[in-house]
Design a protein around this ligand. Structure first.
Ligand SMILES: NC(=O)c1ccc[n+]([C@@H]2O[C@H](COP(=O)([O-])OP(=O)(O)OC[C@H]3O[C@@H](n4cnc5c(N)ncnc54)[C@H](O)[C@@H]3O)[C@@H](O)[C@H]2O)c1
Length: 251
């Protein structure tokens, strides 16, 4: 098992892509900390991981709050005594209202940036002291391939996901000598409840037509890339963006 005895925090791990990644890490022996604002989803995720024989703790978390992310890191340490992996996957995406720029209020813009960009900053800040003590850590930040193409009605979301890439590059420079790697995975349109809540079904088929590998993308398609970046196989790779979208965009 690739992650035996390792401790992994997955933000937004209650459902969708985050849950799929958490389950995959658990199958490889990691002990999981599910950090999600949705308590029902978080508790269900823990039960599902336990059912598959894994070990998981749910910590109700709002990643936009630094008090909440400090409490998250403290809870992970109290329960498991270490933090090896952080996957920043939580985002405001489900039910996001797609609107032209002139119709996005300042408050909507700020909330999306607070969760999607300040969130990874808050969680990284919270886990870095422990990762530095261990002289080992892997941080994987989930962006989006919309950063390379733009997306109408999604300026706040796409700006936040572009910010994640800039933040990760600075993070990688700052912590490399402490044995910590930070990288980005940029998914293409992925079939989750959240994506279906904002993107019409015809758009999924249209995107399929743009891919070198012409089919719908599922959360499972992200597992290989993310687990590689969490593993020792990628110990000399940091500050990079891995676009996982079936060959839709070559950048
Ligand atoms: N599904 C796609 O097409 C797609 C494409 C590219 C990128 N992504 C990214 O992948 C990630 C997962 O997307 P998904 O489709 O699984 O969405 P999802 O809505 O199913 O998952 C997001 C999770 O984040 C949680 N969350 C939201 N706000 C939070 C907060 N303030 N604090 C803590 N948790 C919070 C939600 O409760 C949810 O469990 C997101 O970062 C999304 O932007 C998704």
């Amino acid at each position: 098992m690739r992650f035996a005895d390792e401790v992994a925090i997955v933000t937004g791990g209650g459902q969708g892509i985050g849950l799929c990644l958490a389950q995959a890490l658990a199958r490889e022996g990691a002990r999981l900390v599910i950090a999600d604002i949705d308590e029902q989803a978080g508790q269900d995720a823990v039960r599902q991981i336990a059912k598959q024989g894994g070990q998981a703790l749910f910590v109700p978390t709002d990643v936009s709050s630094d008090q909440s992310t400090a409490a998250l890191a403290a809870a992970a340490l109290a329960e498991f005594g270490a933090i090896h992996i952080l996957i920043n996957n939580a985002a405001l995406f489900r039910n996001l209202a797609l609107k032209p720029i002139e119709e996005i209020s300042g408050a909507e813009w700020d909330r999306v940036l607070a969760v999607n960009l300040r969130g990874p900053f808050n969680t990284s800040k919270a886990v870095l002291p422990q990762m530095k003590r261990q002289r080992r850590g892997k941080i994987v930040n989930i962006s989006s391939n919309t950063v390379f193409s733009g997306g109408p009605g999604m300026s706040h979301y796409v700006a936040s996901k572009a910010g994640v890439i800039g933040f990760t590059r600075c993070l990688a420079r700052e912590v490399g000598s402490a044995g910590i790697c930070a990288n980005v995975v940029a998914p293409g349109l992925t079939d989750t409840e959240a994506a279906q809540s904002i993107i019409p079904l015809q758009r999924f088929d249209a995107v399929t037509g743009l891919r070198a590998i012409g089919r719908h993308q599922t959360p499972a398609d992200l597992v290989g890339a993310v687990l590689f970046l969490c593993s020792t196989d990628s110990d000399f790779i940091t500050g990079q963006v891995l676009n996982v979208d079936g060959g839709q965009i070559f950048y």
